[in-house]
Design a protein around this ligand. Structure first.
Ligand SMILES: CC1=C(/C=C/C(C)=C/C=C/C(C)=C/C=C/C=C(C)/C=C/C=C(C)/C=C/C2=C(C)CCCC2(C)C)C(C)(C)CCC1
Ligand SMILES: [Fe+2]
Length: 282
């Protein structure tokens, strides 16, 4: 895709999705979009991790691991990350941002074209945009998730975004540039959560399904029943998390806490799997 011309760059499916989302984001009141968008994250974005067992167990390093051992490891790692968040929310949050940036940045290129450091920089653009356009609302969400006020270090996000943009412009890929531009527009007009959902579902998760799903469903070991079981387990995990949280403030805030804490717990094992699959020969 590096040498693609503008014409094919703007015909990429994720770009079409973002273009379709744009009028909705501009025209519909954001409070009215909260629950539909939350459902989109839960039913479109969240399940993209369900392909992880099929991706991981095909990789060279885990080929001989039993499925149950893999699932247990995945679950234990998610719980450890969640407990880390309970013990030290600040440290875990910073780690979550860095790990997410790497995971998101990899959407815009990975080794050998981009180093890990560059991926973290590129992913920083995605994370920093709502901080830049909606500082008060984003700081409120960060406070909700960690109990810490990040207003004094907001400039770090600006620096992160500038570094990421430099990487994006250096050796530019036209599709990535158009995507970046659309994300800037959406982050400027949408609330941070709606912007995140657009990126997470329409771009990140779509790419993941497009890359892995056709190969996986054609395999003999793919089972709809097993995926459904994992999906039910995931929703039970989220429902348990929601019920275990103390209810202070509106139910929307509690749902956002559940969503981001849940995603943070799943991010580390999910990232390991993707890193394994990208480490070639999987
Ligand atoms: C397989 C398996 C399973 C499942 C899994 C899954 C389902 C996964 C998923 C995964 C996933 C699904 C992942 C995700 C990730 C995500 C992320 C990584 C995110 C991030 C985010 C961020 C970073 C954000 C930020 C912010 C905020 C917070 C606020 C507003 C603004 C902003 C946007 C900036 C289970 C456990 C059942 C069991 C075992 C096996
Ligand atoms: Fe992902």
């Amino acid at each position: 895709m590096v040498k693609a011309d503008w014409n094919s760059a703007i015909k990429q499916k994720p770009l079409c999705f973002l273009l379709c989302a744009l009028p909705l984001v501009v025209l519909v009141e954001h409070w009215a979009m909260f629950w539909p968008v939350m459902l989109m994250v839960l039913f479109v974005g969240l399940p993209h991790g369900l392909l992880d067992p099929w991706i991981a167990l095909k990789s060279v390093s885990l080929k001989k691991t039993s499925t149950w051992l893999f699932l247990l490891g995945y679950l234990v790692l998610s719980i450890v990350v969640y407990l880390g968040w309970v013990i030290s929310p600040l440290f875990s949050f910073v780690l979550f941002l860095l790990v997410s940036a790497y995971h998101f940045g990899a959407d815009w290129g990975e080794q050998p074209t981009r180093s890990r450091f560059q991926c973290i920089g590129l992913g920083g653009i995605i994370i920093a945009l709502p901080v830049i356009f909606h500082p008060a609302e984003t700081m409120r969400l960060f406070l909700l998730l960690t109990g810490y006020d990040f207003s004094d270090v907001m400039w770090l996000f600006v620096v992160w975004c500038v570094v990421g943009t430099t990487f994006l412009l250096y050796r530019p890929n036209k599709a990535n540039l158009v995507e970046g531009l659309l994300l800037v527009i959406i982050s400027a007009v949408a609330s941070p959560f709606i912007y995140f959902a657009c990126y997470f579902c329409l771009l990140h998760s779509y790419r993941h399904y497009a890359e892995y799903l056709p190969r996986i469903v054609s395999r003999q070991d793919f089972s709809i029943r097993f995926v459904s079981l994992l999906l039910i387990m995931t929703y039970l995990f989220f429902i348990g998390l929601f019920l275990s949280l103390e209810s202070i403030g509106p139910v929307e805030d509690k749902s956002l806490q559940t969503l981001f804490w849940g995603l943070a717990s799943l991010t580390v094992p999910h990232m390991f799997v993707i890193a394994l699959s990208k480490s070639k020969k999987s």
